[in-house]
Design a protein around this ligand. Structure first.
Ligand SMILES: O=c1ccn([C@@H]2O[C@H](COP(=O)(O)O)[C@@H](O)[C@H]2O)c(=O)[nH]1
Length: 242
């Protein structure tokens, strides 16, 4: 996937719905006001690969299934995913090095078999809905920011293209891992949108200024009365970023 993109091309809209018709309608209404669509567990569980292909059409697709299992199983899932022709897909970094290496190999081979350009293979670090207290409650005493840096370094070392992180960690990851490591960032909240369940969030402009490659934005666009206008407003706010 190209890295030199205009503001709206950096937005992948999260179509989190069980309703096929609604997802299709949003994808159509948003058209070129976003760079691509993100389909994840909610939509995929309801509609499967066929549904994903139907809604994505020819649009760039981020397949957000966050695979997390033993290496052999994840490798198989990554191969199967190639038939949905994603430009990005992901696993969980906490699955560890062997799992990520198996996923990277499967992505290379699977893309070739499917006759597509190899998608960016990303690893989810720490979900943006979690804060330090949440991590502590599951026995993880390291602050989220440190854990993200640790998992991102492991991801880079395992041969993946980049990570999914919160906007709060972008600057540190850019310093740690350089300009080519891909940072795909959910937890984006314009000042005028509700925070919802996102705990490590920031505005689109702040995320772009910090060095994000792609912003994943769902409800601030999809729950708006006019989703295309909301996407254009966000792109305009991003354009003002240095
Ligand atoms: O850490 C993560 C990883 C993935 N997501 C996904 O991004 C979108 C965000 O949607 P909003 O409506 O803008 O909150 C959603 O599909 C999540 O599954 C994330 O939020 N955080």
């Amino acid at each position: 996937m190209q890295n030199s993109r205009t503001a709206h091309e950096r937005i992948f809209v999260a179509l989190d719905t069980l309703d096929f018709g609604r997802a299709e309608e949003l994808a159509r209404a948003l058209g070129d006001s976003v760079g691509g669509v993100k389909l994840g567990k909610e939509f995929f569980t309801a509609h499967g690969p066929e549904g994903v292909r139907g809604v994505a059409g020819g649009k760039p697709l981020f397949l957000d299934l966050k695979f997390h299992d033993i290496p052999n199983t994840v490798a198989g899932a990554v191969r199967a995913a190639m038939h949905m022709r994603p430009v990005m897909l992901n696993v969980h970094a906490s699955g560890g090095r062997a799992m990520m290496e198996a996923a990277a190999l499967a992505a290379r081979e699977g893309a070739e078999d499917a006759g597509i350009e190899r998608p960016w293979l990303l690893a989810v670090t720490v979900l943006t809905s979690l804060d330090d207290a949440d991590l502590e409650s599951v026995g993880q005493r390291t602050p989220a920011s440190d854990q993200v840096r640790r998992l991102a370094a492991l991801t880079a070392d395992s041969g993946l293209d980049g990570v999914v992180c919160s906007p709060r960690e972008i600057a540190a990851l850019r310093r740690d891992l350089g300009p080519d490591f891909k940072l795909v960032v959910p937890g984006i909240r314009p000042a005028w949108a509700a925070g919802g369940d996102q705990k490590r969030a920031a505005t689109p402009r702040d995320a772009l200024e910090a060095g994000a490659d792609v912003l994943v934005i769902g409800r601030p666009i999809t729950a708006a009365d006019d989703p295309a206008a909301a996407a254009r407003r966000i792109a305009h706010e991003m354009s003002a970023a240095a």
